[in-house]
Design a protein around this ligand. Structure first.
Ligand code: MN3
Length: 204
């Protein structure tokens, strides 16, 4: 197997009470693993099987795209959350959030609006543009903004499978829990351009 299911960065029950162990278990060991297995199957024997995951995500379509992007997105999502309690964004990131949104609270409002406003399945993102500005956007289904030249800094999964066991139809409560109790600002900082090792650099 070329791609492997990465270990979760925290124990399966570490995000409780905001995300139940059962939710995380199904999400990680069924959904994420399922995308990975379908990707391996679809890639078997094709020249693309030798490419990096990022390259596959941004150069394929259909089944290969859907599963490759979902594999990438989920790894990025696990890392976008912390079990250690939220600590505020530091120096450079704090300054850039202030510049782009007016402040952290304004960022949260905009992110929640994007996450709750995404119709159907998808993802909400904090990204850095090519010009180095920060921006919030949402994508549908498996779409990943890195293929449009953005650098992802953080993401929240807004597919129903991410929150339905805990919050049923109340997506806004899940999004609030993500922003208030789970968001991993250290990960966003590590993803800022030039800030060193990130998921894209690490797996390229
Ligand atoms: Mn998911």
């Amino acid at each position: 197997m070329k791609f492997e299911l990465p270990e979760l960065p925290y124990p399966i029950d570490a995000l409780e009470p905001h995300i139940a162990a059962q939710t995380l278990d199904v999400h990680y060991s069924k959904h994420h693993r399922g995308y990975l297995e379908k990707l391996e199957k679809a890639l078997a024997g094709t020249p693309q099987a030798e490419d990096s995951l990022e390259h596959i995500v941004c150069s394929s379509d259909g089944k290969i795209f859907n599963n490759a992007a979902q594999v990438w997105n989920h790894t990025f999502y696990w890392n976008s959350m912390t079990a250690n309690g939220v600590t505020p964004p530091g120096g450079d990131l704090a300054a850039r959030l202030a510049q782009a949104f007016g402040g952290v609270d304004e960022f949260k409002r905009e992110f929640a609006e994007a996450a709750n406003g995404q119709f159907g399945s998808g993802w909400a993102w904090l990204v850095e543009t090519r010009e180095g500005n920060l921006k919030v956007l949402s994508t549908s289904n498996a779409d990943n903004p890195m293929c449009d030249g953005y650098r992802p800094l953080l993401t929240a999964d807004v597919w129903e499978h991410a929150y339905y066991l805990d919050y049923q139809n109340e997506r806004d409560q899940y999004v609030e829990a993500f922003l208030e109790h789970l968001i991993n600002w250290r990960f966003a900082e590590s993803n800022l351009r030039g800030a060193g090792k990130d998921q894209q650099a690490a797996s390229a």
